[in-house]
Design a protein around this ligand. Sequence first.
Ligand SMILES: *[C@@H]1O[C@H](CO)[C@@H](O)[C@H](O)[C@H]1NC(C)=O
Length: 359
Amino acid sequence: MHSFQLLGLAAFGSLVAAAPTSELVKKSSCTFTSASAAKEGISKCSDIILKDIEVPAGETLDLAKAADGASGTTTFGYEEWDGPLIRLGGKGLTITQVDGALINGGGERWWDGKGTNGGKKKPKFMYVHDIEDSTIKGLQIKNTPVQAISVMATNVHLTDLTINNKEGDSKGGHNTDGFDISESNGVYITGATVYNQDDCLAINSGENIHFTGGYCSGGHGLSIGSVGGRSDNTVSNIHIEDSQIVDSANGVRIKTVYKKTGDVDNITYSNIKLSGISSYGVVIEQDYENSSPTGYPSNTIPIKDVTLDRITGSVDDDATRIYIICGDGSCSDWTWKDVEISGGKKSDKCEHVPSGASC
Ligand SMILES: *[C@@H]1O[C@H](CO)[C@@H](O)[C@H](O)[C@H]1NC(C)=O
């Protein structure tokens, strides 16, 4: 096992940790104070300490060949580009951050209220792609330009991460998703804290994904989807539990795309507490087109085996407690118990609600 330590990474290029050399090789420790030195020297080191690095604008701090450890304060310049600012990849890595350190994306420099829909081109923050059997722990992240963490991985643990885009509420943060997961098998997110302006969690595809002990504030809720129209359109074996969603548009959300194909199967949400929900407490809909709900569902992406257990709390006065719009026969085998949401209103637009659930 190799481990990374990120200490006070302030703002970034891109961080990539990669395949370790043999476990038997004696570890060597290296300290880098510039991004280019880190990139060149990284493969010779098993313990990496990044100290006060300033990554030039538009560049990626690339630790793909790294074995072990990173710490220090890292800053990066301003450029309107796709990013990512940080890239982590590799096998058998443990990436941690020293207490009190902060990764400051400086996102306010890009925020213009438009997110990925226009305005400035904003770099993605962190890619956790091509990473296997690894743990990323304790990162404190602030102000991402747009989406924070994109996961395409196998057997990764994301433990005690904080994504704090609270300033985006007043400064134009938009599409600042917390975790976007696709094409993954085995993602375990434990103890996440997310303040943002879009989905706290969005699972577009993947299997065996667990999200537990999370706190989501200010965003769009704990979401599956939208599923459909991508290269992988299967979402299965998902367990989301013991989490709180506050001051958000939605609580529990599953959305599939109209007339596309795919599969959503074996989904459990348990012990989710809601408060200050402004649109829907629970929303499951099969009517998405061009990223928006239309009110016209199709039955082409079945949503099967959905367990909701202890979904409690309240929604705002003008919000809707539960909204379900399924295609004909495409929602089945749902088991709901102790779904007790107060406040707001009952929807009169639900369609094809399967037995086991109610609107
Ligand atoms: C359903 O998903 C859970 C993970 O949430 C998994 O433990 C379980 O084995 C899955 N059930 C089936 C029938 O695949």
